[in-house]
Design a protein around this ligand. Structure first.
Ligand SMILES: Cc1ncc(COP(=O)(O)O)c(C=O)c1O
Length: 372
């Protein structure tokens, strides 16, 4: 690794978070490792989860599923949303579970399974209120059950699932409505003689909605150490962020009052000011919205971004601090009681921690501790 700007992922923290979430769930857990495990690295995270006894995984795309199968030769891998028809054969061949919810869609999967000569594992998705994908009526459920009943050699009804829109809110009333719709369709499925693995909970419901746990809880953001939203009671689970983001001081200088820093000259020194340059920028996922607002930990203090974030560099106001080229800079993480979190970034950028973490680009090397 030639670059000293990197993300340090402590896999033991992920293991601790998994243990804590298993305690909250009281059922099986499914590790959501899509989007390169929310920026943490899909394969190392999956391997750690396997070591913790997790045997079910969720991804978003066929390529993620195929990549994960190399690290997870046995366990369940579910692609959470519908995929292109061209992807069916390879996914069926690799025992990857497909999301489906329409009769014609199941028909296509069954045809593909016949051609491959192997049963396709399917999880039927119910749209109980998320409004994204999934079946929405009893009639649609009846049609789906008919296709499943008629194709026992090609379709294995492995799972039944839904996704909550507001389980991370203080008011869980809509989540409870979604839950009752899920229970209704689950009853239809059981009455038809099927017994799929039922899963509804995301991180938020895993922590806050016990009645929604069923057979498996799908944990995403919480496994990486973050609460799904600020509306949730922090005491629901003891989580710690697994990723910290480091860089270093590449240059330090003193500027005189009236001198400016970066594009647009938005930062003008009101006094003699020490400026440290750090080689990270928006092309790394250090968001431009942090211009003039982002904070970092340097020389035992919190310091602030001066002026606009550039594509590859930022400048920090380090006035009054002993700072020299080569000094480490903590951009995300915790050191000696001082912390900068993805939630802090998110608040300043008008987004959520999910987008911050998945937005750290491939240009940032990921370095792992506690891989074994
Ligand atoms: C269908 C589905 N299940 C589970 C998750 C995990 O959610 P969270 O990261 O909030 O735990 C996601 C994330 O987007 C999802 O789309």
């Amino acid at each position: 690794m030639l670059r000293r700007t990197y993300a340090l992922v402590d896999l033991e923290k992920i293991a601790d978070n998994i243990r804590e979430l298993k305690r909250c769930a009281g059922t099986g857990v499914m590790a959501v490792v899509k989007a390169d495990a929310y920026g943490h690295g899909m394969v190392p995270v999956a391997k750690k989860a396997l070591q913790c006894g997790v045997t079910s995984f969720a991804v978003a795309t066929p390529d993620e599923a195929v990549g994960l199968r190399k690290a997870v030769p046995e366990g369940m891998i579910l692609v959470l949303s519908p995929v292109e028809r061209e992807a069916y054969p390879v996914l069926i061949e690799k025992n990857i579970s497909l999301c489906a919810f329409e009769a014609w869609h199941l028909g296509e999967i069954a045809e593909s399974a016949k051609a491959v000569g192997k049963k396709a594992r399917v999880h039927i998705k119910l749209d109980t209120g998320m409004g994204r994908v999934g079946l929405r009526t009893d009639g649609e459920m009846a049609e789906v059950l008919k296709v499943l009943r008629e194709n026992p050699e090609t379709l294995e009804f492995e799972g039944l699932f839904t996704h909550f829109a507001t389980a991370d809110a203080a008011d869980l009333s809509f989540a409870r409505i979604q839950l009752s719709r899920f229970c209704h369709w689950r009853e239809m499925v059981l009455a038809a003689g099927f017994s799929p693995v039922c899963h509804a909970s995301n991180s938020a419901a895993t922590m806050a909605l016990g009645a929604a746990h069923f057979d498996l809880c799908r944990m995403g953001i919480s496994m990486y150490g973050y609460m799904p939203s600020g509306e949730m009671e922090p005491g629901l689970a003891k989580l710690s962020p697994a990723l910290s983001l480091w860089s270093y001081v590449s240059h330090v200088k003193t500027i005189a009052p009236g001198e400016t820093v970066s594009y647009g000259r938005t930062f003008m020194a009101g006094r003699e000011t020490r400026i440290a340059t750090v080689p990270i920028g928006y092309a790394d996922g250090y968001r431009r919205a942090l211009s003039g607002r982002g904070e970092a930990v340097l020389a035992g203090k919190k310091v602030r971004v001066a002026g606009r974030v550039c594509m590859d560099q930022i400048m920090l106001d380090v006035t009054g601090l002993e700072v020299k080229p080569g000094d480490p800079v903590l951009l995300l993480g915790e050191q000696n009681g001082l912390s900068v979190t993805a939630d802090d970034w998110a608040e300043k950028c008008g987004t959520i921690s999910y987008e911050i973490l998945t937005g750290l680009t491939a240009r940032i090397p990921r370095v792992y501790v506690h891989e074994e």
